[in-house]
Every structure is written in C-alpha cells, then in structure tokens.
Unconditional design. Structure first.
Length: 137
C-alpha cells in the first residue's frame, strides 16, 4: 500500500469490526466515533428510514429514531470484515425486528474512509422487499 504505513488497513478493519459489533448490540456511540462529521450514509429501501443521511448528527438521529420506534437489527454473525487503506467491507448475518415482524437477512456494509474517518457508508440487504414491508412507510 504505497503512501500508507504498514498495518493501517488492518487497523481500519479492526476498528470497523468493533464498531459494527457494538452497533449490532444496539450501541450507536461507537459508530458515531468512527464516522466523520460530514459522513454520507445510504440506507436502502422504500421504508420510512431509507434514504441518504448527511452528517454524523443525522446518522445518530436516524439510529435513535429507529430504536425509539422499536426497529432494531441484531447481528447474528459478522462473517467477514476485509479492507484496504480506503475501504472496509463487512459480510453480516442479521435479523431485523420491528412492530411489523422480523426478517432474517444477509447484509453487506461498505465503508469508504477518508483518513481515519468513514466518509461514506452503504448497506445492502438480500431481503430488502421484506424489510420494507416489516418496517413500513
């Protein structure tokens, strides 16, 4: 990795893994410490929490709203977390629960780093249509 100290990619992978483990356990604070102030976060789907969220405050607010409305994602397994000096990708088995039901799913989280902070993040789920129905609009 030209221009980067050895181990930088491994540090980002481990930091992302710890933040994802905490998020999967219902903690938002570790995620807010990982993302940059001007982060852009993409949530897929057509449900009421889907969209593009700009800035750390909007992202934390999103997760707080979800928790307050009993919409939660529990990570059953963080199968793999891999990365380089700019990107980390996590493969996750999870279950989303909401007042409308529960959906087991496989998710991919992609994090784009700018220095030590996540500048942009995307989540993709294999059962998005079911997730949209369970969460509702």
């Amino acid at each position: 990795m030209p221009g980067y100290p050895a181990g930088m990619a491994a540090d980002k992978v481990e930091t992302a893994r710890r933040a994802l483990e905490a998020l999967g356990g219902g903690e938002v604070v570790p995620l807010s410490g990982l993302v940059g102030r001007d982060v852009i976060w993409h949530v897929p789907g057509v449900h009421r929490f889907a969209g593009e969220f700009r800035g750390r405050d909007e992202l934390v607010e999103l997760y707080q709203r979800m928790v307050s409305e009993d919409v939660r994602t529990a990570f059953e397994e963080i199968h793999a977390v891999v990365g380089d000096d700019e990107h980390v990708v996590a493969l996750i088995r999870a279950a989303l629960t909401a007042p409308g039901g529960s959906v087991p799913m496989r998710s991919v989280v992609v994090l784009h780093f700018d220095g030590d902070d996540v500048a942009e993040g995307w989540t993709m789920n294999d059962r998005q249509d079911e997730i949209d129905l369970v969460i509702g609009r």
